[in-house]
Design a protein around this ligand. Sequence first.
Ligand code: IPM
Ligand code: MG
Length: 356
Amino acid sequence: MKKVLILPGDNIGPEIVTEAVKVLHRVDNKFNLGIELDYAHLGGAGLDAQGSPCPQETLDKARQSDAILLGAVGGPQWDHVERHLRPEQGLLTIRSELDLFGNLRPAIMYPQLAHASSLKPEFVSGLDILIVRELVGGIYFGEPRGIRTLEDGQREGYNTYKYSESEIRRIGKVAFEAAMVRNKRLCSVDKSNVLEATVLWREIISDMASDYPEVELSHMYVDNAAMQLVKQPKQFDVLVTGNMFGDILSDTAAMLTGSIGMLPSASLEKNGRGMYEPCHGSAPDIAGQGVANPLATILSLAMMLRYSLSAPDAANAIEQAVSAVLDQGLRTADILTQGTKQVGTVEMGDAVVAAL
Ligand code: IPM
Ligand code: MG
């Protein structure tokens, strides 16, 4: 018996999660996985239903489950609420409370989508990058932080960027191990020409390299990494970086593949339990229209089966089914190109189930 907690979230969240759950039921039957589902609220949904963007009940259920599938949180409906009640705060709280420090964000170019990218096909065809982002530290969580009033009466906003040795080592280990099962190239991204926190980051990551002699380690400043990602993205295999740089670079990498609507992610704690969510947001502009792309969530489910539920066959089957559906020429609006057929969220989910 494996317990999976479903957090539909806000705006398109429930729409895309519904499709992923259909796929989960299908592989559960096909591969006899013994999945037991439960549901809880996160984000604006949590605030509206239970008065908190990360209700205690959600945290309790999360701690009792083997894996969590999240849709997306946030939206203009909650723009007016106090900062600590914002939907994003719910996401940050659950990441931090469960210590989901290891965020894996693959950017893979499906050959069928080469023309959906804004880069020329020769730069992105065959692209397969993994961004390893530290998720529960750095400037996102550093104290002190806040907005204070200075002696001259004006206000000042401030945050703290810090990483301890152990925080750097544990994310470094995730990245080196990921590189070992891929092409054995790791690029660590920092801003060590300016920020002390990343001087230490570079020192620790360099020190770890001797434990992984087969991995070719390089270092890059984040501004250069941003440039190289759009200039020559195929030079990268695995990238490892802190929370804020990883947030930014993973959106850039996502777009290289044609649509952020295709990219899954995994956020893991030290024992491999994890939360799985698409890299994209809650897309309030298209919510309720039935046009959102459910594939990133369905592919996140595949990552869940592989990393947290020890069901690699089911994971492979889902990824093959997604590829088969793309081969059939079915596309949601975000990946539509000439000569392909536009389908909605539900039709896309049904097509994946049928391909399974
Ligand atoms: C992400 C998102 C979140 C982040 C937001 C919604 C808090 O952009 O998962 O990349 O910044 O981590
Ligand atoms: Mg982001």
